[in-house]
Design a protein around this ligand. Structure first.
Ligand SMILES: [Ca+2]
Ligand SMILES: [Ca+2]
Length: 265
């Protein structure tokens, strides 16, 4: 809530407010920021990617009484461009929270504090401060769901395959080399690789799901009837920070995702 300084707070308050406004105008004209430059806290932090981060700017409310606000801007780093204006509350605080988009790196957050200058009828810059936060990624991606589902049967022969991931993947690592299809050969008692496939990310803005279309060269072809198939997403599939896929975190090293299904008639 904004305090009404024109209310019953008395002449002293109004006078000091006027003085502050005049001082602001003079300082602004002289190209100088006020005392008590805005500080953003915490000044540094380290967090995991995709987490929320909150910074607070504090500025003595008495010095900037009229509609004080802070403009928070992420000036560099993986979340560069995010910005928001926040009113400064009666304690002199403005708080900004944002969520990292998944990319690791160091964000610089700047807060520019301004007030409304009564004398000049304009925006008066009061000061600015900045802070940094470093986002790191120590979590391997994994496959969270697939189609056809694990051990599915009577699967339609014209199906394609999909694999959804726990986080954004590097599209360059979602290829026919990392998403593979095999058919069980009764005769040879072995898995035979099907090389004629199309593999890519579903959607264009970010890659959280991969798709495999069998028989890329001839879309009229379908999977064999009553046959057992195996799909594999290899560990060479990486998240956007270069972490390799690990489907089994209980085992050391990286394990691929593999599952089987059986077609219908
Ligand atoms: Ca990750
Ligand atoms: Ca593992």
């Amino acid at each position: 809530m904004r305090t009404n300084y024109k209310g019953d707070r008395g002449m002293t308050r109004r006078f000091s407010v006027l003085l502050a406004a005049v001082a602001a105008l003079l300082l602004a004209a002289a190209g100088t920021s006020w005392a008590g430059v805005a500080i953003v806290s915490p000044s540094t932090a380290t967090k995991q990617v995709y987490s929320q981060h909150t910074v607070t700017v504090h500025y003595p409310r008495e010095e900037i009484p009229y509609f004080p606000y802070a403009v928070f801007t992420i000036t560099s780093g993986p979340d560069q461009g995010l910005h928001q204006s926040v009113m400064i509350d009666d304690n002199g605080d403005a708080t900004y929270t944002f969520t990292n988009g998944g990319k690791a790196g160091q964000d610089t957050i700047r807060a520019d504090v301004s007030s409304y200058g009564i004398a000049c009828q304009c925006r008066v810059f009061a000061g600015s401060g900045s802070a940094t936060v470093t986002f790191t990624d120590s979590t391997a991606p994994k496959v969270t769901s697939v189609t056809p589902s694990v051990l599915d049967f009577q699967v339609a022969r014209g199906t394609n395959l999909t694999a959804a991931f726990s986080e954004k993947m590097d599209p360059a690592t979602i290829t026919t080399s990392t998403f593979k299809l095999f058919k069980w050969s009764q005769k040879g008692q072995t898995w035979q690789r099907i090389y004629d496939t199309n593999v890519g990310c579903v959607g264009t803005s970010s890659c959280t799901q991969a798709r495999l279309d069998p028989f890329a060269s001839d879309p009229s072809k379908v999977l064999q009837a009553n046959a057992k198939y195996k799909a594999v997403v290899a560990t060479a599939a990486e998240d956007i920070n270069g972490n390799a896929l690990d489907q089994d975190t209980s085992k050391s090293g990286n394990q691929p995702m593999a599952w089987t299904f059986t077609t219908g008639d």
